[in-house]
Design a protein around this ligand. Sequence first.
Ligand SMILES: [Zn+2]
Length: 118
Amino acid sequence: MTMLWGSLYGSGISMTHAAAGEARSAASDAQFNARQIAARLDRALLTCQAMWELMHDKLGITEEELVAKITEIDMRDGVMDGRSRPQATTCPQCNRAVAARFDKCMYCGTPVKKDMFA
Ligand SMILES: [Zn+2]
């Protein structure tokens, strides 16, 4: 009985160590992905700031106009939530809805204008 218990106990510890190793690996992957996303976000914000400063300096666009445009885009889906959700388009051939991320109708293959921000 003691040997059986010892064997079961030992295999349980091995399984626990394996699970802990998998959890560490998954956590490490998640940290790597989070760092990559943060770096991409930093670049996107830098680009956005550069574009805004160029538009303000060269075109005279005011901050109030920028905020009004942000609000208008945010409200296109009817919800003021700080996000932009690309709207589906309608296929000119079969009149079915086509998700904004596609450049062709998934039903009939007709090319549609893809939303560049989808
Ligand atoms: Zn179609």
